[in-house]
Design a protein around this ligand. Sequence first.
Ligand SMILES: Cc1ncc(COP(=O)(O)O)c(C=O)c1O
Length: 386
Amino acid sequence: MLQNQTILRIPGPTPIPPSVQRAMQQPMIGHRDPETAELLKSIQPGMQQIFGTKQVVSVVAGSGTSGLEAAVVNTVAPGDKVIVCVTGAFGERFAAICKSYQIETIILEEVWGEPVNPKKLEQLLHENPDSAAVFITYCETSTSVLNPIAELSELIHSQSNALVIVDGVSCIGGVELEMDQWKLDVVVTGSQKAFMLPGGLMFVAFSDDARQKMNANPRPRFYLDLLKYEKAAQEFSTPFTPATSLLYGLQEVMQLMKEETLESVFKRHLQLRDMTRAALRALNLELLAGDAFASPTVTAFLTPGIEAKQVRKQLSERFGIRIAGGQGHQKDTVLRIGHMGYCSATDVLLIISALEVVLTDLGHVFEAGQGTVAAQKALIGGNVHV
Ligand SMILES: Cc1ncc(COP(=O)(O)O)c(C=O)c1O
């Protein structure tokens, strides 16, 4: 196989556009020099637009998990009780973080592949009216479910005083987000998925209510003290040395998204999802998430009758295409295709076409070519810029 011809279609990290790669190669600058302030200043409007907020979006050097941990330690005071919605591996992570701080954690658990059931959440809020926060995963990367966070947030605020805390690591930048309008209190994401950057940056914004809670919260925190980041960001600075090269990359990402327009970025992701799902169905494969809650950024599916890991292995060895396996108890049964960030219809057509070859050789029964035809049909007539 050709060296370097790896086609990365896991749900993050994702491929990096060439202009972003180039932007990250710029010479280093001093983090307290005016150039860094200019860089941070230029990034802020685009980030606020992506988050749908007038609040400051802080840029923190850390992975997505640092954002989850920061959300917990800043908003949950010792003695507080919280509800964590677990729809897959990343809901479990939120719960694990809460438990590691010995926080009383009520878990709302769904079968993997299902979204949060609002009735169950309402019941839990009723039983635990003193809950300080509800944690929700926007796109549950392990199952490819996009939880209905606007609806859930409305429910939470109508039934309680709990803060609504959202992990948007695997979808923000690729899907709609209206943080202020949806009354989300803390929103966290990371750089290596729809933001088309390497891992290493965490982005976070929070509401006035969350800020009040943070100010009153005696829980110790230092590097992940979000109030420090917000204060510094207001002055186009960072409390600690920033990951400057990634900031250059982020500046270019903001430019690319501006040129494409956010509306088109979101439409493109919907189109990629629809192509992928139509194709997998036509190949007699089983989609893990239902249509109503299918994420535009990743698609999880099952391969009844054939070993999932063989599909992955052959795609990698014969075509250089890397897709992901499942997580947790779905490790050996589920496969996941990432279609977020720097991803076009061309990429989906390519993967589906290669997948057909692999499935045929593994003895899977389907009508040859029908996956590609289904993906094409989902594309024809669409006016989406890809
Ligand atoms: C939904 C979600 N949350 C959190 C994380 C953790 O991010 P990181 O691996 O950058 O710490 C991921 C990573 O895949 C994710 O998909």
